[in-house]
Structure formats: C-alpha cells, structure tokens
Design a protein around this ligand. Structure first.
Ligand SMILES: [Zn+2]
Length: 152
C-alpha cells in the first residue's frame, strides 16, 4: 500500500519501513536473495589428527592449525562426530560469519553483523566494511595489475 501523505509528513519509522520495502522489491527484481548471516564452527580436535578433507573445506582466510579448523556447520558436525567416534572430546564453538565482498575477508561476530547490515541496504554490498577494507581491496587490485573490479 502506498502512503498517500507527502514524504515530509511521514514519521521516521514509516520512512524506514518504506525504504526497507523498496529495498526488498529492488532486490527481488534483480533476483537477489535477502542476505543472511551464516553460522560456522570452530572445531578443536582431541583424538584424531586433521583429515585432508577438513583442510580442503576450511573457511578461507581463517586460522587453521594442526588441531583446530573453522568449517561450515555441516562439515563441522561431521568432523566433531569423527573425533568422538575415536574416543575424543572435541570442543566446538559456533560463530556468526559473513564474508565482505569488498576486501574478501571472512568476518566474525559483530563484524559479521555489521557487514550484514550494510549488505541489506540497496547496493550496500559495495560499501567497505572498515577502515582497512579499502586499503586491502586497493592492494589486491594493484597486485592483479588491472583496474577491473572483480565481483564475486
Ligand atoms: Zn571489507
């Protein structure tokens, strides 16, 4: 339903709601899904050593050690079960996760929430996530030697 009143007579809340609706409609028109936070798991192995598949599936850009790895939820649970089957008591920590499309870094916790907020705005996914974000993205461009902006 369209509010018949002129825009300056609407409350801030009504304007915000209208803006969100417009965002959703535009996203839909572009075939984009509403961005969401992912949950990832930090698995600390106890009984087994890191399987090769877990290394391959580790979330890129996050620390991986001989006994700890960040994985997606399904992979993380598989690895946890494997360790338990071998008599281990693995420690599993879940964390909110989202990758920044500008600097390509994996963001966790509050940083991930902040990124999500930006991504939910119209064309907000091109907004840098932090101060370093722009510098990292610029350095990457330089290394590639091109002026083209790569999306993905
Ligand atoms: Zn960033």
């Amino acid at each position: 339903m369209i509010d018949p009143r002129p825009i300056w007579q609407r409350t801030a809340e009504q304007r915000a709601r209208a803006a969100r609706r417009l965002d959703r409609e535009r996203r839909k028109a572009r075939g984009l899904r509403t961005p969401r936070l992912r949950t990832i798991l930090l698995v600390e192995l106890d009984a087994i050593s890191m399987p090769a598949w877990a290394r391959r599936k580790a979330i890129r850009g996050l620390t991986i050690t001989a006994s700890t790895v960040w994985l997606g939820r399904i992979d993380g649970r598989v690895l946890e079960r494997l360790d338990r089957q071998c008599g281990g008591h693995p420690k599993v920590t879940s964390e909110r996760y989202r990758r920044c499309r500008v600097c390509k870094r994996p963001l966790l916790g509050l940083d991930a929430e902040h990124r999500l907020e930006l991504d939910r705005r119209w064309a907000g996914d091109g907004t840098p996530c932090s101060q370093e974000c722009v510098e990292i993205a610029a350095a990457r461009q330089k290394r590639k030697g091109g002026g083209m902006i790569r999306r993905g």
